[in-house]
Design a protein around this ligand. Sequence first.
Ligand SMILES: [Zn+2]
Length: 222
Amino acid sequence: MAAKRRTDQALFGIVQGGLDQELRKQSADDLVAMGFDGYAIGGLSVGEEPALRNHTLGATTAHLPAGKPRYLMGVGLPDDLVEGVARGIDLFDCVVPSRHGRTGWLFTSFGRVLIRNAKYARDERPVDPSCACPVCKRYTRAYLHHLFLVREMLGVRLNTIHNLHFYAGMMEQIRQAIASGTFAEFRARYYERREQLRMQTDSLDEQDSRTLAASLAEEGQP
Ligand SMILES: [Zn+2]
């Protein structure tokens, strides 16, 4: 703390403790006593089951002051963001928008699009017709499909731009829901809608799972 000189930067303490609630509490209490600008939660999203992660997360944020920002490190998929916010998380960072984009996985308002699928080869629609990102405004699914198949770097960039736009838009909706006191409704609607759209989302086959697993192994975990 004494080493902190700059007033335009916030110094965060990182709560550790794995999946042990007692260690998490001890770590949180010790850091809160030191009086950081904000608190990060580390050591989650390292392969544990989402239910266990969420349980540990809720048990950890309970020991952090509500008036200071809380940052969940290395998380996650859209569901993880909704569940993180539900447990008091304000900030996230994750490689998912770009890493999944590199494997041709696009997040949309109607679920997952796997752009390598042959059904997109002549599909002249944008990835997500309701998306206002520069990629959806200018390019077709067929073009992104082609770029992916020929391993053109532009495809990876366009996929990432779209995914980042999706994530930013989702967080915008979450902030609006919190501001209007309707986050619980937002969360319920999110899962209802996901259930309704289950048939529209591209299913992950074995090859997709292998491609993603290989990509994860190559790059290492965040
Ligand atoms: Zn888009």
